[in-house]
Design a protein around this ligand. Structure first.
Ligand code: M6R
Length: 600
């Protein structure tokens, strides 16, 4: 149950366990709709017998509503076989019809159960569970990680992986499988990532990996460089609050050791030749959700520093519109999990067109980290709360490092300019800490706004993606209608949304510096205020004008404009967290969501 609890962030609409006991007829299962706590209660009333091997699952529904019957594991062959699954079996409908015609009774509406019956049929022919799994996967289309147990082969778990992650934890006299190392981190920090189209056969003291065709694969284990404490709440009430407070460390760790003794920036893994990077004439960032907003922030910086055009595209839109990508394109895939299927598919498409791909990824050994040509890891540590916070600031930091690296090797910046940018970044962790230490007022205001139905967010330049990120946080956590707009766009339509008392957050840029947008944004504030908006302004410390235009001003430390997104997002994260908490909502596991979206 501990492992399942740590994986619950990936899906939490139902959960279940199948245990293989010495009864060789059938596995014992327990499953329940709703959060894991429901399964825990059921198990407390009706415990499963002691087992030699077990599989467990927390679900994010694709096929079939979140009911007890649709919860995994699914059984086949009268309970001899149990199976769990992440992903979508795209040809399940054809396979289901075939099985129905053979007289198979289905107990659920899931695509997974189809796989269970097909596996049972292979095992009934006399194949071992592993051979049966290899036969099964040749019939499946789509994305799947499958784990299965057989009552007649106690002590063995067989897994298969296509497109969805599967990691082996190697212990002493015990071995583990999980979608993420957090599942077994309290038992072992030695992990082995299964590659695409591979099958693993696991017993307490052996791990055997083959490709789908049965060829033995030799995979090197790696050491996980964080421990179980990093995946705990650390005294905070929620993972999200803890992760918000992890942000100074997330930025500092992402910056750590990036410059070698010659003053050159270093990437983490894989090499893209400098000559390739020098010939790049376009950068395309592909990402989803919060990671895409990090990409939008990075666009401003990279174009400014490197004079290379940067496009930012939602990964799920990119692949299907026949994008213009070639050997002169550098694709930057940003992903916390490294397992977002839309982003994986986008990078595969880009690689097929000859583009080089750099992954900005938080999860070691994840699919994007392995498939990209080079990786720049964000060192945010495990992010458990569904709403992304520390990964976001780490993604901006890493993307900035990439921009500075490109500016360096392409000769766009002199060494002293590079050093100055690195210095500006190095000051960010302490500045974030200052915001966290003085977050009382924004928490109080957020709590007072729990009854509002709409909140708008406005920003210009780098404040624009931050406005959208602030709105996303509020939508996903507090279930409030929230929109982020480019402040200048307001008068072209969205201003019609403003009515008496509508709360509007505005990210006010610094009044200093060349081409400051301060006065333009002040005008935008006046426009909404004149129509009755309740304005909350995020302004630089010492901005004496901000208070004249706002019901509330929240200050952030002074920083160069391109560094400000790393600061202005913090009050917005806190606002969403606090408002959702005041509404009594579960901020770590908001409704309908899953942390890693491993289906297209
Ligand atoms: O793991 P990824 O960074 O690829 O995930 C991308 C999005 O699904 C993710 O950022 C999502 O938008 C967050 N829940 C937002 O808080």
């Amino acid at each position: 149950m501990g492992g399942l609890a740590r994986l619950e962030y990936r899906g939490y609409d139902s959960a279940g366990i199948a245990a293989v006991t010495t009864d060789r007829e059938r596995v014992s299962t327990s499953k329940k709709a709703g959060k894991l706590v429901n399964l825990a209660k059921q198990l407390a009333d009706r415990p499963l017998p002691d087992a030699t091997a077990a599989i467990g699952h927390t679900r994010w529904a694709t096929h079939g509503a979140p009911t007890d019957a649709n919860a995994h594991p699914h059984i086949a062959a009268g309970g001899r076989i149990a199976i769990i699954h992440n992903g979508i079996i795209e040809n399940y409908s054809t396979l289901r019809k075939e099985l129905l015609a053979q007289g198979v009774d289905f107990l659920s509406e899931t695509d997974t159960e189809v796989a269970g019956h097909l596996l049972a049929a292979e095992v009934a022919k006399g194949l071992s569970l592993a051979d049966g799994m290899r036969a099964l996967v040749s019939r499946l289309e789509g994305a799947f990680t499958l784990l299965a147990v057989d009552a007649q082969d106690p002590g063995t778990v067989v897994g298969a992986r296509r497109n969805s992650p599967l990691v082996v934890g190697i212990g002493e006299g015990e071995n583990f499988l999980g979608s993420d190392v957090v599942a077994f981190i309290e038992h072992t920090r030695t992990a082995l990532e299964l590659g695409q189209d591979e099958v693993v056969e696991l017993t307490a003291d052996a791990v055997r990996v083959t490709s789908f065709d049965g060829t033995v694969v030799d995979r090197e284990p790696y050491h996980v460089d964080w421990d179980s404490a990093a995946a705990e709440k650390g005294g905070f009430a929620t993972f999200m609050d803890k992760e918000i407070h992890d942000q100074p460390a997330a930025v500092a760790d992402t910056l750590r050791g990036r410059v070698d003794e010659r003053g050159k920036l270093q990437l983490d893994a894989g090499i893209i030749d400098e000559s390739v990077l020098n010939s790049v004439d376009k950068i395309v960032v592909v990402a989803c959700g919060t990671a895409a907003y990090a990409g939008m922030v990075a666009k401003y910086a990279i174009e400014h520093w490197c004079r290379i055009p940067v496009e930012v595209e939602l990964a799920h839109e990119f692949r299907y519109r026949d994008p213009v990508v070639n050997v002169k394109t550098l694709v930057v895939a940003i992903s916390q999990s490294g397992e977002t299927m839309d982003t994986i598919m986008a990078i595969r498409h880009a690689q097929q067109q000859g583009a080089s791909v750099i992954g900005i990824v938080n999860t070691q050994g994840s699919t994007i980290a392995r498939e990209a040509d080079a990786v720049l890891y964000t060192r945010a540590g495990p992010e458990i709360a569904v709403a992304s916070t520390k990964a976001f600031v780490a993604q901006i930091t890493a993307a900035y490092l990439l921009g500075i690296y490109l500016a360096e090797i392409r000769g766009n910046k002199f060494p002293d300019e590079i050093a100055s940018l690195m210095e500006q970044l190095s000051e960010i962790p302490a500045k974030i800490q200052r915001i966290l230490d003085t977050s009382g007022p924004i928490r109080e205001v957020a709590r007072s706004m729990a009854n509002h139905n709409t909140v708008l967010f406005l920003g210009r330049h780098v404040g624009y993606p931050i406005a959208m990120e602030g709105a996303l946080k509020l939508k996903e956590l507090a279930y409030i209608h929230a929109e982020g707009f480019a402040a200048g766009e307001l008068k072209h339509g969205p201003i019609a949304l403003i009515e008496e008392g509508v709360p509007v957050f505005i990210i006010l840029p610094s009044a200093h510096g060349r081409e400051s947008l301060h006065s333009k944004v002040v005008s935008n504030i006046q426009e909404v205020r004149a129509r009755g908006a309740f304005t909350m302004v995020i302004a630089e410390e010492g901005d004496t004008e901000a208070a004249d235009h706002a019901e509330h001003v929240f200050s952030i430390p002074v920083a160069p404009v391109l560094m400000t997104p790393l600061l202005s997002v913090i009050p917005l994260q806190i606002f969403a967290l606090e408002l959702a908490t005041a509404k009594g909502l579960d901020v770590d596991q908001p409704r309908n969501l899953a942390k890693s979206v491993t289906v297209e």
